[in-house]
Design a protein around this ligand. Structure first.
Ligand SMILES: NC(=O)C1=CN([C@@H]2O[C@H](COP(=O)(O)OP(=O)(O)OC[C@H]3O[C@@H](n4cnc5c(N)ncnc54)[C@H](O)[C@@H]3O)[C@@H](O)[C@H]2O)C=CC1
Ligand SMILES: N[C@@H](CC=O)C(=O)O
Ligand code: NA
Length: 331
């Protein structure tokens, strides 16, 4: 049995989803020869640490009742530097201005020779090259399937499953919250503000939901795809960005009467990176609803390959983190 000691940094919707999935998959992981021992959980108020393994069920319960897991006044970086472990699971909020705590956590993880799996888009949008270089110098694994499309495989699909197949473009819906809002505004005539509030409760919206509705989150994901799949050195300023805040119920209904839905479509190629609301024919493969994401990958040898899946949500996103973990430590 191989033991993987890890920390979970950020214990909101996704961090808690990771804890739940690790509890649910304990037996499966043991059957494939992996014991995953969480030695630290950190939120914005502090940390719970136990080198023998923290009690995840207890952490989840305390987070629900007390609003925090903090028992010790330690930050993510302090935990990385002082607690022995192999892997940092980084799920703090996305911040594309400074990179937030996530950027510091990732650099500290690589400086101490740890592997990183993340759902946090900020550091990868701001400092992709530097992070890849730091991981390479440290000899660390760095995987981030959860950052784009949540559970929907897109980065590992393009780079691993489709290896050798040059990808020409990726086009689709990469934000579950916007898709949820647009779908329910059309189908139930629900109010924009009510659905946005519900999205926050469901744990699908960003910590700052303007990132979702203004197209910023989709733009970040396109930057990550541009760098990870196309090998570009793109940052946020390379993206043309329009969100969904000006899409009215009347526009959605008028489009529908003419056989179309309005979707927030992101598209990335070597030539252009852009996101904006666009008309999509009702029966088109990109016309998926609810929190679904969808991506059409235009490839050199295999033509178009389209994938769809839940683009947001705690358990769904944690499933991508679990697959990255198994990709690193499984046989
Ligand atoms: N919610 C979703 O469906 C998805 C979210 N993501 C990304 O995953 C990350 C986490 O998202 P959520 O869990 O939804 O956010 P959240 O707002 O629910 O949770 C964030 C957590 O980070 C903690 N935190 C804040 N500052 C911290 C700091 N300095 N040190 C340690 N912990 C800190 C907070 O206390 C909270 O526990 C974000 O980067 C987001 O973009 C990615 C895919 C899907
Ligand atoms: N807020 C994001 C979460 C996943 O990245 C979304 O709604 O897609
Ligand atoms: Na994904």
């Amino acid at each position: 049995m191989k033991t993987v000691c890890c920390s979970i940094l950020g214990f909101g919707a996704i961090g808690q989803g990771v804890a739940e999935v690790l509890l649910k998959k304990k037996e499966y992981l043991e059957n494939i020869g992996l014991e995953v021992k969480v030695v630290a959980v950190v939120d914005s108020k502090g940390a719970t640490i136990n080198p023998e393994g923290v009690d995840l069920a207890n952490c989840l319960a305390r987070k629900r009742t007390d609003g925090t897991v903090a028992l010790e006044n330690l930050s993510g970086v302090e935990v990385i530097q002082s607690v022995a472990h192999d892997l940092v699971i980084e799920t703090t909020p996305t911040n594309i201005r400074t990179g937030g705590a996530g950027l510091q956590n990732m650099f500290a993880a690589f400086q101490t020779g740890k592997d990183v799996i993340t759902s946090n888009k900020g550091p990868l949008t701001l400092k992709y090259r530097e992070l890849m270089e730091a991981a390479k110098v440290a000899g660390s694994h760095f995987r981030f399937e959860a950052t784009v499309g949540g559970s929907m495989p897109i980065i590992n699909l393009s780079n691993e499953v489709l290896a050798g197949n040059k990808v020409k473009s990726v086009k689709g819906i990469l934000n579950g919250t916007c898709n949820y809002i647009l779908t329910r505004m059309l189908e139930e005539r629900a109010s924009y503000n009510d659905i946005l509030a519900e999205s926050m409760q469901l744990g699908i919206a960003e910590t700052d939901p303007t990132y979702d509705v203004e197209g910023i989150d989709t733009a970040c994901k396109l930057v990550i795809l541009a760098n990870a799949i196309f090998g570009l050195d793109a940052t946020y300023s390379d993206v043309e960005v329009t969100g969904i805040t000006k899409v009215t119920p009347e526009a959605l209904e008028m489009a529908y009467e003419r056989g179309h839905v309005i979707k927030l479509i992101g598209e990335v190629s070597r030539e252009r990176i852009h996101v904006a609301p666009r008309l999509v024919p009702i029966n088109h493969p990109l016309a998926v609803g609810g929190t679904l994401n969808v991506a059409s990958v235009e490839t050199e040898l295999a033509g178009e390959i389209t994938v769809t899946g839940k683009g947001a949500g705690p358990i769904e996103t944690a499933s991508a983190i679990l697959s990255d973990l198994i990709a690193i430590y499984g046989n």
